[in-house]
Ligand binder design. Structure first.
Ligand code: SAH
Length: 237
């Protein structure tokens, strides 16, 4: 069944105006007509069965019918990733949504030398991936912030899984606590010796290895999230 993310409150009988893009997708791509069903979520009110109430020129109107699933959230997993080439950042955001991260924070490190990012495009990618994957929330994407600034304002209750291309512990044995975690992936140029030293000295850091081969940032992000999910995430359910 088609799933759509909306920004409006969901309750029995609520009328929802689909955006123009969503309406086009629903009526022209998926060929839905008035009276057809779809599933809708907004990240707060769970998943609702909705019906296409009206198809108008300026967009479709949907009406919420019954709640199919109450709201749930996945494990508290964040990803911090240095800005890399546009296509790789897009892959990382899409895969983070599929692999259950709740937030992707873009960062600028000493060796970051990539283009600017288009947050509106990344939000749309995260939203589409969340719709496709069945989750009930959409990951938040943060605009690029310097790594030092992120580390200066760290929340002490959160642990950092530092993926260090220079070596570290195997994820399966080093990541055993369930608590909130953030995975850190560097840019194509890797981390500077100074950054590595600071990262490793922080009390909340666990430096891990992703094996003997150097991976591209997008592959590293996918591998790291996969290993984390298998170790302490929700893959055992
Ligand atoms: N230019 C660097 C590689 C950077 S790869 C070099 O040649 O050493 C981009 C990022 O992916 C790294 O900063 C790291 O966070 C992650 N990464 C890639 N391969 C890794 C590995 N084998 N172990 C841990 N992290 C890795």
């Amino acid at each position: 069944m088609i799933r759509l993310h909306v920004h409006q409150p969901l309750s029995a009988g609520a009328a929802l105006a689909a955006t123009l893009g969503q309406s086009r997708y629903l009526t022209q791509v998926m060929r839905l007509k008035a009276g057809d069903d779809l599933l809708v979520f907004n990240g707060v009110d769970g998943e609702w069965r909705c019906v296409v109430a009206e198809v108008l020129k300026k967009g479709a109107v949907l009406r919420a019918d019954t709640q199919e699933r109450p709201q749930t959230y996945g494990p508290d997993l964040e990803l911090i990733v240095a800005v890399v080439k546009k296509a790789r950042v897009e892959t990382i955001v899409e895969k983070a949504a599929e692999l259950g991260a709740k937030r992707v924070r873009l960062t600028i490190t000493q060796r970051t030398n990539a283009d600017r990012v288009r947050l509106d495009r990344l939000d749309a990618i995260a939203e589409e991936a969340a719709e496709q994957t069945g989750r009930l929330d959409v990951p938040v994407i943060d605009e690029p912030v310097k790594l030092e600034a992120i580390l200066d304002r760290w929340d002490d209750g959160r642990r950092l899984m530092f993926c260090d291309e220079a070596g570290g512990a195997p994820v399966a044995s080093a990541i055993t606590e369930p608590g909130p975690w953030t995975i850190l992936i560097g840019p194509e140029g890797g981390f500077s010796p100074e950054e590595r030293e600071r990262l490793r000295s922080l009390p909340f850091t666990t430096a891990v290895s992703l094996g003997p081969r150097i991976l591209r940032a997008d592959t590293a992000a996918i591998a790291a999230m996969t290993l984390w999910q298998a170790a302490v995430g929700d893959w055992e359910r």
